[in-house]
Design a protein around this ligand. Structure first.
Ligand code: RP5
Length: 162
């Protein structure tokens, strides 16, 4: 089996549906990835072990989705110098605003790149991961450019409403 370049993490299996666009985008671009449910507060030791071992398997970028207090992306970032892309999951009474603020407001020193709340953020995090990887992989950069072009072509094909 090929080595995974991207790790998609989420704090709960209940996050899986929101994180699905990240999986779909990476699959579409042919980027090998792995997906794990690991929680910063429910399974911290297993999370630390996973983050420590992942680069040895090939992982170069982490995407971390979490809802509520949303510690996961920040804790992953605390344990690695690889880029961490945070996706706020809409859940509970605050519908993701809580997670957005928790992830985006990392204090200086341990950065997390924060994306939009929900599925758009998950998909964009994957596209951003491809952009990072594409810096040293012309094949991936080309795939990303082709994907953008196809998106524009599709929009323009449907642009005349009346
Ligand atoms: C967070 O708490 C997870 O990322 C999830 O979004 C939220 C709720 O988790 P469950 O109670 O549904 O497992 O850790």
């Amino acid at each position: 089996m090929s080595r995974p370049l991207v790790s998609i993490l989420m704090g709960s299996k209940s996050d899986l549906e929101v994180m699905q666009p990240a999986r779909d985008a990476l699959t579409e671009m042919g980027v090998v990835h792995e997906v794990r449910v690991l929680s910063a507060h429910r399974t911290p030791d297993a999370l630390f072990e996973y983050v420590a071992a992942a680069p040895g398997r090939g992982v170069e970028v982490f995407i971390a989705g979490a809802g509520g207090a949303a510690h996961l992306p920040g804790v992953v970032a605390a344990k690695t110098i690889l880029p961490v892309l945070g996706v706020p999951i809409p859940s509970g009474h605050l519908l993701g605003l809580d997670a957005l603020l928790a992830i985006v407001q990392m204090p200086k020193g341990i950065p997390v790149a924060t994306f939009a709340v929900g599925k758009a953020g998950a998909g964009n995090a994957a596209l951003f991961a491809v952009a990072i990887l594409g810096g040293r992989r012309p094949d991936l950069a080309e795939k990303l450019a082709a994907w953008r072009k196809a998106q524009a072509t599709k929009l323009l094909a449907d642009s005349v409403i009346e």
